[in-house]
Unconditional design. Sequence first.
Length: 172
Amino acid sequence: MKELDALFRDLEAGLFLQGRSQPSFEKQDVTETQLTAGLLSLTFDRRRFEPVQALIGRDFVAWADAQGMYIVPGRLASIRVDKRQRAQRGELPSFAIQHKLTLAKYLRRLTGQSVQLEMARAQNLAGTIRGVKGAFALIELGSAIAFVDTSSITRITLPVHNFSERLEKGLR
């Protein structure tokens, strides 16, 4: 459980809101982030998820569980918020919405992290993000570097064991 708590603390410098703690906005403009309460449910690949905490950007949604963090393009996910049902932790918001944050910007913040990419029309990849420019990402695969069009990505997974104590510092 400590590892999952550390994951939520590290992810997106406070955008993944923790149980009773207040969200941290020291490096963000509060007007850019809209916090919402209600029961969030996501449908992706014919499976339904009810994440405790999530981040919704302009063209993607990200959430985490005990196995890792998942990032899915918004065009592939169905997002529903039932405001009549509140999160069981009281009135604290269960997800954050950032209208200006795009998938490319978010991936740029994750530079240096090991990821697993599921692709729509190509072979799935596993490697380290080395950089993002426009709609393309450079993924180091060990002995080679792949040039990936982010529009062909269907899911990005970051396993929990990849997160370090310094990840929060890197994302700020």
